[in-house]
Design a protein around this ligand. Structure first.
Ligand SMILES: [Zn+2]
Length: 70
């Protein structure tokens, strides 16, 4: 098991959800809105209200089985 939690987060990342496969879905703030992107499969969403972006990111993290890119 890698220590994803201990690694420094990329700039701008305000929340990070661990997927079942060990990738992460990163939430970044952009002005009034938030974007999210899965580091496993590339699934992403842009310009969501932060609350909604968090729900989407968490929901995706619960079912994404794509492995993180090395
Ligand atoms: Zn994914």
């Amino acid at each position: 098991m890698t220590t994803t939690f201990a690694e420094p987060w990329p700039d701008g990342v305000i929340a990070r959800y661990l997927t079942v496969a060990g990738a992460t879905v990163d939430l970044t703030r952009r002005g009034e809105h938030a974007d999210y992107r899965c580091t496993g499969c590339g699934y992403a969403g842009h310009r969501w209200v932060e609350r909604v972006a968090r729900e989407h990111a968490q929901g995706h993290a619960e079912k994404c089985r794509a492995l993180p890119r090395p």
